[in-house]
Design a protein around this ligand. Structure first.
Ligand code: 5GP
Length: 198
């Protein structure tokens, strides 16, 4: 049986990295989709694990060769999902998990309508700002930029299948697990099982 992509988006600081790790640890057939990006690595990030860090010309070459399932300019850098990994995992019955932005999710939904699209929201913008400051990874200027972007992204949340509140990470993980469990049993995914029974 084929798998399908599971897309998790949220504004920066919305808690998706932690949530994605928790889902990956819990779902044996989930596989993290490592994006390519032109942003320089942050301290502790590893090439091939967190991202494939590439130059802008290398990124543009991949776009020209149609090697990306989606791509977008996020906060001034280019990010994209390698198509080969995604399609290979899906056809082998795995569930690629994608941590991508709103622009990318909208592109992907057109090409992979069978996927599950989840948008995580913080309880308030004030809380989001607090989380960003506590991360100590971005400058005040960068945080301001990310908060402005958050408002734009939240206004597109209706294009997702689910909007999940992340007021508490454990509760958010449980909500996402419930969604994924229900998605497994959607009628349109039962085609081959039903056929075998008939
Ligand atoms: P960061 O630089 O903080 O790791 O990520 C910045 C934003 O880029 C996040 O919202 C993340 O979800 C998004 N992002 C990461 N990889 C991709 C990708 O392959 N495609 C798109 N469209 N966005 C991505």
């Amino acid at each position: 049986m084929r798998g399908y992509p599971i897309v998790i988006s949220s504004p920066s600081g919305g808690g998706k990295t932690t949530l994605v790790h928790r889902i990956l640890a819990d779902m044996p057939k989930a596989a993290y989709s490592v994006s390519i990006c032109t942003r320089p690595p942050r301290t502790g990030e590893r090439n091939g694990r967190d991202y494939f860090f590439v130059s802008k010309p290398a990124f543009e070459r991949m776009v020209r060769k149609h090697e990306l399932a989606e791509w977008a300019n996020v906060h001034g850098y280019l990010y994209g999902t390698p198509k080969k990994f995604l399609d290979a995992k899906i056809s082998l019955g795995y569930f690629p998990i994608l941590d991508i932005d709103v622009q990318g999710a909208i592109q992907l939904k057109k090409k992979y309508p069978d996927g599950v699209y989840i948008f995580l929201i913080p309880p308030t913008l004030r809380e989001l700002s607090r989380r960003l400051r506590e991360r100590h990874t971005d400058s005040a200027e960068e945080i301001k930029k990310r908060l402005m972007a958050a408002k734009r992204e939240i206004s597109m949340a209706q294009q997702y299948d689910y909007v999940v509140l992340n007021d508490d990470i454990d509760a958010a993980v449980e909500r996402v697990k419930t969604i994924l469990e229900a998605e497994r049993w959607r009628a349109h995914r039962a085609e081959s099982r039903l056929k075998a029974l008939r």
